[in-house]
Write a new protein. Sequence first.
Length: 407
Amino acid sequence: MSAGAFPRLVLTGGGAGPGLVLPQVPMASGARNEAWLRDFLLDHPEVLPAAEIDAAFDGPVAICSELRTPAGPLDALFVNRHGAILLVECKLFRNPQARREVIAQILDYAKELSRWGYADLQAAVSQRLGRASSLFGTVAARHPGLDEAAFVDAVSRNLARGRFLLLVAGDGIRQETEAIAEYVQDHAALRFTLGLMEVRGFALPDGGLLVQPRLLARTREVERIVVRTVDAPAGSEEPVAEEPAEEAAPQGEARLRALAEDRAFWAEFARRLAFDDPAQPVPTPRSLGNARASLGHPDVWVTIYRARGWAQIGGFVRLRGAEGRRIWDALRADAAAIDAAFAAAMPGVPLKWSEWSEGKGATSVDVYRTEAFEPDSAERHLAWLVPLTCALVNVFRPRIRSLLPER
C-alpha cells in the first residue's frame, strides 16, 4: 500500500468550517524511537488489535518489556486472563531489509519461548522486573477472581504448543507477503498467528500527537507439526522419508548443554552459508537436530538434519499438497539436468528421488550419509552439510521459482 493511499485525518469543531487536516509526522522524530513505541503499547495495551486478529487473545495485559530470551530481548510481553500469550516487537523501519529481519527475529523469540515451561517464563519475568513479580498476580490484578491453577495450566499449554500471537508494530510496514510466507514456513513447528500493525502519527494543534494504529496483515494459525522420536529400522540404510525426529534431549543441566551445543552448531552453520539467491532465507532450527527453510513456496522447503539416533546427517527437499505435486511433476521431468547440476556441486553425492505418496500427499528428494556423533564431530558435520545445503538451494530454488505463477 502506498503512503498516498493512507487516510487523512481531519479535526473539526462541529461547525460549518472546513476543519483542519492534521499533518502526518514521522514516528521516528523528536524524542520518539522504538523504545518510545514499545512503552506506548505497554501503557496502552487496548490499542493492540489482538481480538481483530484472533479473539482468543482479546484483552492483553502488559507484563514487561525487554524480556530476556536466548534469542535476545523481546520488546514487550502481554498475557490475557485466559493464558494467551502475545509477543510484540517494535520497529521504526529505515530500510526494506529491516522488515524481513524483524519478522525473523520475532519468530526466533517464539521458538525459544516454546522451549520454556511456566516456571521458566515466571523466572524470566521476575528477573526482568527485578523483584519477585508474579505473572499470575499481574494479570489477576486486572481480573480479580481469576483462577490461578487454570491460568497456570493455560499458559503452560500455550508455551508447550508454541501457541502465540506475534505482532510486529511500527511505521512503514508493508504487506511483503512472499517474505512473510517464507519465514512463517520456516517456523512451522510452532503454532502461532502473526500480525503486522502499522502505527502513524499526526500532529495536533496543541502540540500533542494523535497515534493511529492499523492492522495491515495477518497470517492464519500455523498448525504444529507433531514429530515422534524413532530409531531407524534394523538394517535400514536410509532415513524415513518424513521430517527428521527431534533428538530426545536429556533433562536438567545436560538438556541445557545439549540445547546450547545445538544452538551453537546451527549458528555457525548459518554463518558459513552462501547462496546464489540473496533472498533465500537461511535454514532456522525447528527442533533439536534439524533446521529448515522455504524454497519460495510454503509447500516446498529444504530440511537439513543431524540424526544421532540414525547416525546420519543429511538433507532433503520436501514437497506437499496440490501445488507441491504440480512443482514435483515438473522437477521430475527435468531430473537428469537437476542431477547433473547437483553432481557438479557435490561430486560423488547422488540425489535420491522418491515417488509421490498419494496417501501422504507428499514426497522428497533426499541426500544423506552415515556419520558418527562424537564430541569433536561438529566440524566434520559442518564441512559436509554447508556445501550440501548450498547445492540443494542453488540447484532447486531457481527451478521452483520459475514454476510459480507471476505475482
